[in-house]
Every structure is written in C-alpha cells, then in structure tokens.
Design a binder for this molecule. Structure first.
Ligand SMILES: NC(=O)c1ccc[n+]([C@@H]2O[C@H](COP(=O)([O-])OP(=O)(O)OC[C@H]3O[C@@H](n4cnc5c(N)ncnc54)[C@H](O)[C@@H]3O)[C@@H](O)[C@H]2O)c1
Length: 317
C-alpha cells in the first residue's frame, strides 16, 4: 500500500513511519523539513518530498504521482507556536487540511487519517469529558483542528472519502516538547536526566490527560486498519490516564532519587491546565477499533528515562 505521511519528519510522524515501513507499506513523507526528529533505518527507506502543504499543486502532485492509497495528515503548527504565529498557523493548518483533502478526492485516496487534539474542546467542561461535549476551543490551534475535523466529515458525506480522526491528549515522549502548557509531562523527564532538576510551573495536583507515544502510534494503525462497518463515528477521543506533577515527581524520584523537584506555579499556565478535563470518555475507540493503552505510568517512565539516558551516553561517546 502507498501511504502519504504529511508532517512525517516530526515527533509523531518519524515514529509512525517505522511500523508502516516494517509491515511493507511504501511510505512517502511530505514535509517542509527533510531531517527526521527520530532517525531510523525505516526513515531511510521512505521517499521524502520536501514541500509545503499550502502549495495545492505540490500536494495534489504528490498524491497522484505516488499513487497514494492512504493519507495520514499530521503536518501542522502546534498550540503554543500557533499563538505566537497566528497568521502562519491559520494558513498552514487550514490550507494544509483543505489541500490534502482535495488531493485525496482528486487522487481517489481510500483512507484519510487526521491527527486532532483535545484542544478542540474549550475550558470549564466536566471530567470525564463526554465525546460530544461542545467544541468551543480556547486556542487558535484548537479552532483550526475543529475546522479540520468538520471539513473532513464534509468530504466523507459529500465525496465518500473514508475520513477518520483521533483527538489526542498530551502525548508523552522522550524530547516530546509540546511548547504548550502541557509540556511538563515530557519536559520533566528530559530535565531530570540531563540536568538533575526540574521546576514545575504548576501545583503538585494540577492534572492533565495523557497518552504515551508508543500507544499513540498504535492508535493510528488501529483506526486506519479498522473495517469501515465497525465505525460508529468519524472522530474519536483516546485517553490513557490523567497525571499530575506530584505523580510525575514520584515516578521520576523512584528512578532518579538525586533529582531536585520544585514547584513555582505560574498563574496563566496553571489556570489553563486546571481548565482541562482530567479524563476523556474514549469508549467509542475502545469498542469500535479496539483502542487499549499498553503503557502504565511506571512502564512509560522506565522507557522514557532509558531512551534519554541512551541518547546521553551516545552523545558522550
Ligand atoms: N504531540 C502532541 O502531544 C499532539 C497532541 C495532539 C495532536 N497532535 C497532532 O499530531 C500531529 C503531529 O504532531 P507532532 O507532535 O509530531 O508535531 P511536530 O511539530 O513534531 O510535527 C509537525 C510536522 O509538520 C511539519 N509541517 C509544518 N508545517 C508544514 C507545512 N506548511 N508543510 C509541510 N509540513 C509542515 C513540520 O515540519 C513537522 O515535521 C500534529 O497535527 C499535531 O497537531 C500532537
């Protein structure tokens, strides 16, 4: 199968391509950047098209010339960067999905998987959060992702495109910095391993929903491969658990007792995290396509710390 992976050199994309290549898919990456966030043998087997999602002809050309069967659309500007570069984020996120959906229609693409976000919901909602809660996002990033989902569902109804979206919570990954108020979930591990200290900008009990990156990658494959007749909707939430800075301090110190953890709550970011739900209702993903997290907090911490320590060892060799 020929797969187009937009944003394929990024944090999630450079990991998603690995299982796709291993199972025999021919992966074509479309990205502004041609250097992978995570280098791999599998990355070297992908075709790289260095291009801009705002260039309709380039996206249409890639889909048609490469005879693409499935698209994973990950290319985007993320939350904090979007607030700092609103015009650029609007153009890339909105034109990006519009051009990619149009290219899918023109190229007869069979499946289209869209990487959406918990940030499509606004503040002050109950926890656990029902999937059909109102979507009035508080960020520009969230606005563009709601629009992307709506446009994808329109292409499904109007043109029969098999559009599927996952709304991810904060994805924990080694060096997986979000640049937003949820970045502490990955940042604490990086700073603990590299510098032996971390200061949370939140209270110990501020809570955020998370998923580990390996499980996030698994969810992309599950939703892609699910038979269409099993789908009861087009957009799904996934969720592994909620986590607080206090819980992260415990798992970090259990492995790295020397690490110094402090708290200096910053009002704006604390208020933002407090407004997010602690848990999401993801039973539709579990029932329709077998979503199930495989990492608990301990396994996640073991793997993130080991990965960062290996990277540190290899840079010191
Ligand atoms: N990381 C998370 O916690 C998280 C959570 C929810 C949703 N998501 C979504 O998952 C997707 C991937 O996230 P990530 O963490 O890998 O982000 P990332 O920033 O690492 O990757 C995004 C990629 O998109 C590319 N890109 C940006 N503008 C482009 C353009 N105009 N043309 C072509 N390529 C362009 C970038 O070069 C980059 O490689 C995004 O759509 C993001 O919104 C991520």
């Amino acid at each position: 199968m020929n797969v187009l992976l937009t944003g394929g050199t990024g944090n999630l994309g450079s990991r998603l391509l690995i299982p796709l290549v291993r199972r025999g898919d021919r992966v074509v990456i479309f990205d502004l950047n041609d250097q992978p966030f995570i280098p791999s043998e599998e990355f070297d087997q992908c075709k790289i098209i260095k291009g801009d999602l705002t260039d309709r002809d380039a996206v249409v050309g890639a889909v048609q010339n490469e005879k693409i069967d499935s698209i994973f659309h990950l290319g985007a500007i993320l939350s904090a960067q979007a607030e700092n570069e609103r015009d650029r984020a609007w153009t890339i996120n909105m034109e990006g999905i519009r051009n990619t959906l149009e290219a899918a229609r023109l190229g007869g693409v069979k499946k289209f998987i869209f990487s959406s976000t918990l940030a499509t919901y606004g503040a002050g909602l109950p926890s656990p959060l029902d999937i059909d809660s109102p979507m009035w996002p508080a960020s520009l990033y969230g606005v563009t992702k709601v629009a992307g989902e709506l446009l994808g569902v329109y292409y499904h109804h109007r043109f029969g495109l098999d559009f599927r979206a996952i709304r991810f919570p904060s994805v924990i990954a080694p060096r997986g910095m979000l640049g937003g108020a949820g970045r502490f979930t990955s940042e604490v591990f990086l700073e603990a391993v590299n510098n032996g200290a971390y200061e949370f900008y939140l209270r110990p009990d501020s809570s955020i929903p998370i998923v580990y990156i390996a499980d996030a990658i698994k969810s992309f494959l599950l939703i892609h491969d699910a038979p269409e007749e099993n789908l009861t909707r087009r957009s799904y939430n996934i969720h592994a658990r909620g986590v607080t800075p206090g819980e992260l301090e415990t798992v970090v110190k259990a492995r790295l007792p020397h690490v110094k953890i402090t708290y200096n709550p910053e009002p704006l970011q604390t208020a933002m995290v407090d407004s997010w739900p602690h848990a999401l209702d993801d039973h539709h993903a579990r029932e329709d396509w077998g979503w199930q997290e495989t990492y608990d907090l301990d396994r996640m911490a073991d793997e993130v710390i080991a990965t960062l320590q290996n990277e540190q060892d290899s840079t010191h060799e």
